[in-house]
Design a binder for this molecule. Structure first.
Ligand code: FRU
Length: 484
């Protein structure tokens, strides 16, 4: 029987088994077991609450619970009791992804109930939307009127089973929710519903649909206003690659456009990846007291083996939080200023000529680098991180192709591969902020124009940091801080 209490007790009794190797230090992870999507991200009563898709019993996906954490600065997290367990008839096979909002001072969650309806679990299921409310921000009661949106409210001609991941927002006193779905013919799409009382919901419209290039099912939509524009972020499944973009099995994309809330339509011109690395999915955003729009994603990829699943008793981490900034027709993703308070042991060097490999005299497995390269004549230049013997993780720039690359072929155990993305130099300069945390690398390129995230599993002794150039170039500045 899945209950919140059983889940908490199971974890408390077994936490001692957890292996520390590869555990991150300033990223969110579950205490034990499996984690996927961020859910219910909200700034409420003076602190950030984050929930997440959680299967505490094994480090593999299973009937979904909602884990729950709070944080003051999104760097250090405190674990709270499990918020939702699949303990009702309407959610017995999982409390799938959803969002949080505040109403009358109370924290509300809206989530998808998942029900398996036949022997073929992967294909025979249906989904509905539910609400749970908390008086104290910790213990949640599911409404007796659940489900508040059932599969019978799916418009005809669409998938009758994929109907999930409600993200709630309010406009002019009315609640709206976007949901991910598909047309049953290989096109992902987003549905919009509205309600005045949270109990009765009516269908407004299908606001966007894949033109055939954007995946066969859309998950985890998030629709918000930013700088007078409407932004849609969502995660298309099985989106075919487009050049160097969308190389992972499932992707995440953003569109800047205009929502016509009366008509139920969203107009956009183009779409761009949210992250160009290996491991980023199902992100969710919130706004904090300072008005910042902040996004966090799941720093993993579906349907791959995660090394900590074998004998480590945990799997899954979230990315660092990133501030989302509208910059013309694009979004920038930047590390939060809160990271600065965790910088220790500053090291700084400037005007360094590079020809071949240079050992940077500093090392580590949990740090931030801020580096500015002057490209000069070099064909290729970059950084080698987590280096020892044969191991290295390479971040490089190739001038001829205007291409930035993240290569983890020699990173250690786990999956290898390379991801590439187009980056233009600015006055011949390339500016990077790199965050390394035990088993992760996140690189913010040219002030957040592009971000690449990936998990790596190097040996504990692979701590070296090198810069290199094929040809001649220089580093205008190289700064490193340990993060503690
Ligand atoms: C996205 C997703 C969601 C679903 C959840 C289940 O990663 O597939 O669509 O709600 O994970 O855990």
């Amino acid at each position: 029987m899945y209950t919140r209490e059983n889940a908490d007790k199971f974890v408390a009794d077994r936490k001692y088994l957890l292996k520390e190797e590869y555990r991150l230090t300033f990223h969110l992870m579950s205490e034990f077991g499996w984690m996927n999507d961020p859910n219910g991200f909200i700034y409420y009563n003076g602190e950030f609450h984050m929930f997440y898709q959680y299967y505490p019993y094994q480090p593999v996906w299973g009937p979904m619970h909602w884990g729950h954490v709070v944080s003051e600065d999104l760097m250090k997290w405190k674990h709270l009791p499990v918020a939702l367990a699949p303990d009702q008839d309407y959610d017995r096979d999982g409390c799938f992804s959803g969002s949080a909002f505040e109403r009358d001072g109370k924290l509300h969650l809206m989530y998808t109930g998942h029900l398996v309806t036949g022997p073929d679990r992967d294909n025979e299921y249906c989904q509905n939307q539910n609400i749970a409310v908390s008086e104290d921000g910790i213990r949640f009661e599911k409404l007796t009127s659940n489900p508040v949106i059932g599969p019978e409210q799916i418009p005809p001609g669409l998938s009758e089973k994929d109907f999930r991941d409600p993200k709630v927002f309010e406009r002019d006193g009315v609640y709206y929710v976007v949901l991910g779905s598909n047309d049953g013919q290989g096109h992902g799409l987003i549905l919009l519903y509205r309600s005045e009382d949270l109990i009765h919901w009516s269908f407004v419209g299908e606001i966007a649909r894949s033109d055939g290039r954007l995946g066969d099912n859309w998950e985890c939509p998030d629709l918000f206003e930013l700088g007078g524009r409407d932004v849609l972020i969502m995660s298309p499944q099985r989106m075919p690659a487009q050049g160097d973009d969308y190389q992972n099995l499932h992707s995440t994309t953003y569109m800047i456009g205009r929502l016509d809330i009366g008509q139920g339509s969203f107009h956009y011109e183009r779409y761009e990846p949210v992250d160009c690395g290996f491991d980023f999915y199902a992100p969710q955003t919130t706004v904090d007291a300072k008005g910042r729009r902040i996004v966090m994603g799941w720093m993993e990829t579906w349907e791959t083996e995660i090394p900590t699943q074998l004998g480590h008793y945990w799997a899954g981490a979230m990315t660092m939080p990133r501030e989302v900034i509208l910059d013309g027709e694009a979004l920038l993703f930047k590390p939060l200023e809160e990271t600065v308070a965790y910088r220790h042991n500053a090291y700084e060097a400037s005007d360094i000529r590079l020809a071949g490999i240079k050992d940077m005299q500093v090392s580590g497995d949990c740090y931030e680098l801020e580096v500015v390269f002057q490209a000069d004549q070099a064909e290729e230049f970059g950084l080698r991180l987590r280096v020892s013997g044969e191991e290295e993780t390479v971040l490089s720039y190739r001038q001829a192709e205007s291409q930035f690359r993240f290569n983890r072929d020699l990173s250690g155990i786990g999956l290898g591969g390379e991801r590439r993305t187009k980056v233009e130099l600015k006055d011949g300069l390339l500016a990077l902020r790199v965050f390394v945390d035990k088993s992760s690398v996140e690189v913010f390129i040219q002030g957040g124009e592009k971000v690449m995230s990936g998990r790596i599993y190097p040996g504990a002794d692979s701590l070296g940091i090198q810069a290199y150039a094929d040809g001649l170039c220089s580093m205008v500045s190289f700064k490193k801080w340990d993060i503690k």
